[in-house]
Design a protein around this ligand. Structure first.
Ligand code: ATP
Ligand code: MG
Length: 397
């Protein structure tokens, strides 16, 4: 039986002992280390490289949130489960943003802790190349469906659509969202994620393979994985097509969907992303300039032999003075697959808080539009397999 190794980090010795006792009779789970502070937790993880850490939030010195951030950014093979007491919800949300996978409220039963450990270890393994090597899944090298968000004009809502499409697809599929905006990539910010390593650091890697990329992917609390863009604009010219090609080809083997968020227009990276896409989502806004640019882009897609991949997504629908959807469709001679309403308050708050609207389940028009887009991209309805998952639990506080 494959063993799941666990480290327990809590400043109260009695709690550490209680948890070890709860897990003592689980044949497939072994407690391999303990820590009383955040610093100690990092040291123990460095030493024993456990599958899972049960992490308390309030500890003297470095707290559980900082320790979670350190561990998830340096030891991608270790998953964190936060253990907290009722009333620490604000911290809890922060810990999830720092990369924790699940949480348990103290006191919890042996069954609760064991099943949560098994669940995060299972997800971790399904993403882990090392564990899966040789398995049928890797042998047949599953290839992700690549979806590219594009528009000829800036500020049409590509990044907003890329993040929300990823989250909706992520309810049923393994999704990686890749920030390929070489000018001002905003994806991490929009998802409330902190990235220490990004595309710039990838330039220094000798080889780019799944083992290396796992150290770069950020785990978002929705379950999707995110490849952050550039840390600064200065180095964008160093990111060559060759690097993007290696990155995309490697990620394709490990996910069901790869969502690529692009900068505006046609540059070398974008041309590659459009070429390798199975679906190109062209964002348009219902105004003359956007439609004019969409018509020019469509001509270029046709000339490049990519015309058949294009889905038209409308944003800013219903904005003052905007064209009606029928007018947009008639002008472009395309069907609009989904129409995102103009909703300044909701969108701006979501962006500023780093909490995309689809993270919170709701039947509002904004969420419905992203669900319809996901359904069209997937070719079928995207059922919610996440059950009463993490997100709903967090936001139902
Ligand atoms: N449906 C909407 N309602 C209101 N505001 C929106 C909507 N969609 C996007 N916005 C706002 O428009 C701005 C641009 O959105 P976003 O960054 O997603 O566009 P983009 O196409 O990725 O931009 P860029 O070309 O700079 O990459 C954001 O400030 C966002 O808050
Ligand atoms: Mg953008």
């Amino acid at each position: 039986m494959e063993q799941i190794s666990v480290v327990v980090a809590d400043d109260v010795e009695q709690t550490r002992q209680d948890i070890s006792r709860l897990l003592y009779f689980e044949d497939d789970i072994s407690v391999v280390g303990e820590a009383a502070t955040g610093e100690e937790a990092i040291e123990v993880v460095k030493e024993v490289k456990p599958d899972v850490v049960l992490m308390d939030i309030n500890m003297p010195g470095m707290d559980g949130i900082q320790a979670t951030e350190e561990i998830t950014s340096h030891f991608s093979g270790t998953a964190i489960i936060i253990i907290s007491i009722q009333g620490e919800q604000e911290y809890l949300k922060k810990a999830m943003m720092a990369g924790a996978r699940e949480y348990l409220i103290k006191p919890f039963s042996g069954d609760d802790v064991a099943s949560t450990i098994r669940q995060v270890a299972k997800v971790k393994r399904s993403y882990s190349f090392g564990q899966a090597i040789g398995s049928a899944e890797i042998e047949k090298k599953s290839q992700a469906k690549v979806v590219t968000l594009f528009s000829g004009k800036g500020g049409t809502g590509k990044s907003l659509a890329a993040t929300n499409l990823s989250i909706v697809l992520g309810r049923s599929f393994k999704v990686a969202l890749v920030d390929l905006d070489m000018q001002f990539g905003d994806i991490s910010l929009m998802l409330g994620l902190n990235s220490k390593r990004n595309l710039e650091h990838l330039l220094e890697e000798e080889i780019i393979d799944w083992d290396v990329l796992q150290g770069y992917l950020l785990h978002h609390l929705s379950g999707i994985q995110v490849m952050p863009g550039l840390g600064s604009v200065e180095h964008n010219e160093k990111i060559e097509r060759n690097l993007i090609e290696k990155l995309v080809n490697c990620l394709k083997e490990h996910f069901d969907y790869l969502i690529l968020d692009l900068t505006t227009g046609f540059n070398e990276t974008n041309l590659f992303a459009l070429e390798c896409a199975d679906v190109i989502v062209q964002m348009v806004t219902p105004d003359l300039l956007s439609l004019k640019s969409a018509i020019s882009s469509q001509r270029l897609f046709e000339a490049l032999g990519n015309g058949h991949k294009v889905l038209t997504l409308e944003n800013f629908a219903g904005r003052n003075g905007a064209f009606k959807q029928q007018m947009v469709e008639k002008t472009l001679e395309q069907t609009v697959v989904a129409s995102i309403p103009y909703d300044e308050k909701t969108v701006l708050t979501a962006v500023n808080k780093g909490v995309p609207p689809t993270l919170v389940r709701s039947s509002n028009a904004l969420n419905q539009a992203f669900e319809k887009l996901a359904e069209t991209v997937a070719g079928k309805a995207v059922p919610d397999k996440s059950g009463k998952g993490l997100i709903r639990k967090i936001f139902s506080f």
